[in-house]
Design a protein around this ligand. Sequence first.
Ligand code: KIV
Length: 341
Amino acid sequence: MIIECTPNHVHHADRDGALAVWTLTAEAKFPQLRHRIETTGGVIAGSLDSRAMSTFTMDTSTSRATPSPVPGKRMTAPSIRGRKVDRQTEQPIVMLTAYTMRMAQLLDPHCDMLLVGDSLGQVIYGLPSTIPVTMEMMCAHGAAVVRGSWHALVAVDLPFGSYEESPARAFESASRTMKETGCAAVKLEGGEAMAPTVEFLSHRGIPVIGHVGLTPQAVNILGGYGARGREEREAEKIIADAKAIDEAGAFCIVVEGVMEQIAERITSEVSAPVVGIGASAKCDGQVLVIDDMLGMFERTPRFVKRYDDLAERIGAAARSFAEEVRSRSFPTSEQTYRPKT
Ligand code: KIV
């Protein structure tokens, strides 16, 4: 059970109730220090993976962005879970995907959770699906998003192939993700088949967000990205999936691309908050892929609302720049270094 978890300070109570305090701050400052875990039963020392040491903070003196507001207390898995009481959520949960430090800074004050989704495969890398996404991609972008945020809980997707084989394999991937990024939770796709994995991770200090309905990593089984649950049998299966990972201990469940009645039933029948994407307004919260809602792509699924038309505006800015370079009207003296007179 996690009592409290911030990027620099992790309090973890293990299954025997022994309190272990891992203080990463000192180790980040003094890399020669050994990773020390103090338990009531004695002192255990092990070397801390060097990759985990430099990812957690941003140097605001060298950043181009205005420094973030004074760091406060981040949203935690228990605080998100606690938003749903007796199957009711008073304040809907707001979640957006983020893949970069700067985008995280801009979204963070408005969101309860930032999701470093494996949708970055398509959105950032131009891949045909999320299947080829790697742990390295997820960890690099996850660390950037943690650096750019101070308020929202950051969750990172476990990529295809990194967790399905066994709970132990999932623990290896999830713990690596948390060490290398500083994120406070992972998300994984799947229902009943993944319930033992969700339970394994949640009992070992890893908060898990489940993901059911349209699960993009299963595109080759599903045969496409169409909405799920039009038929009774499939609808019942999706509801059973959500219940299984709820009972296994997921602190939040993403439900994607399902008929409204399915989302409504899941939301009223599971105890964890349900965050929908293409799953109607009947959920406890909503998530969208940031590039979709900003209008970065010409084509978006029907459930996306575009809150801007950034593709058009970026194209217009690039056109102006190109015209000014070609006409030699950029740069002007304002953008030119000259010796002081
Ligand atoms: O990868 C992703 O961005 C996601 C969201 C669509 C929920 O899983």
